[in-house]
Design a protein around this ligand. Structure first.
Ligand SMILES: Nc1nc2c(ncn2[C@@H]2O[C@H](COP(=O)(O)OP(=O)(O)OP(=O)(O)O)[C@@H](O)[C@H]2O)c(=O)[nH]1
Length: 203
């Protein structure tokens, strides 16, 4: 059983007054695009967000063919690592793909490969040449990473890497990623301009 945890609890300040999770991207809410890209590689979806986002996200996911569960932040605005931990606690199987709600080109081939690479480890984290770890596009062993998130938060450390470095992780490098899909998978939409560019690419 594979789950996807979609992170949507941020404030989208660069995007403007509206929540980018449910922003219209070529006729489909962004989070729905992300979810739709994952149907072939996971069995269930967990959405991490704030309570005030639930209704709009639930509407955006109306008719989604897999079970959807919400993992609402107990305390909002604790950062993405807190969201990862919260989301992973709601996962039923062993492993989950964690992805930001603003990655509409997420590539199922690469996600499937991350699920292969994580076996016998706690995390499989992509890392492109000259770039940092793609921790919001990675597969985690749900209980191990959730424990590490809780431990880091208890030390008042909110960095995702503080949790990652506590678990047994493998790095998935750029050549391996390229062999399994498009690196567009890591593209994220933070601004209205990036939304327009994504829309143009979708035709
Ligand atoms: N639960 C939770 N998730 C968060 C938080 N901050 C960011 N995220 C999520 O982490 C992912 C990456 O965050 P950003 O792209 O920086 O999103 P953001 O914080 O909403 O955007 P900006 O305010 O423009 O930086 C997104 O999927 C966010 O929804 C938070 O405080 N809590």
């Amino acid at each position: 059983m594979h789950t996807a945890v979609v992170l949507a609890g941020g404030r989208s300040t660069r995007f403007g007054p509206r929540d980018k999770a449910v922003a219209d991207l070529a006729g489909t809410p962004m989070i729905r695009r992300v979810a739709d890209r994952l149907v072939s590689v996971v069995d269930a979806l967990v959405v991490n967000c704030r309570e005030d986002q639930v209704d709009a996200i639930d509407a955006a996911l109306d008719g989604f063919p897999l079970p959807v569960r919400f993992a609402v932040d107990e305390t909002p605005d604790e950062g993405p690592m807190a969201g990862i931990g919260r989301g992973l606690r709601a996962v039923e199987g062993e492993y989950a793909f964690v992805v930001a709600c603003d990655m509409p080109f997420v590539d199922p081939g690469i996600v499937a490969f991350l699920f292969e690479r994580v076996v016998d480890h706690d995390a499989a984290v992509p890392r492109l040449d000259d770039e940092w770890f793609q921790t919001t596009h990675a597969v985690y062993r749900a209980d191990a990473m959730a424990d590490a998130c809780d431990a880091a938060l208890a030390r008042d450390d909110h960095k995702i890497l503080a949790a990652l470095f506590e678990v047994d992780y493998v790095v998935v490098d750029e050549p391996a990623l390229r062999a399994h899909g498009s690196l567009d998978t890591f593209e994220n939409v933070n601004t209205r301009e990036e939304l327009a560019a994504a829309e143009a690419r979708l035709g």
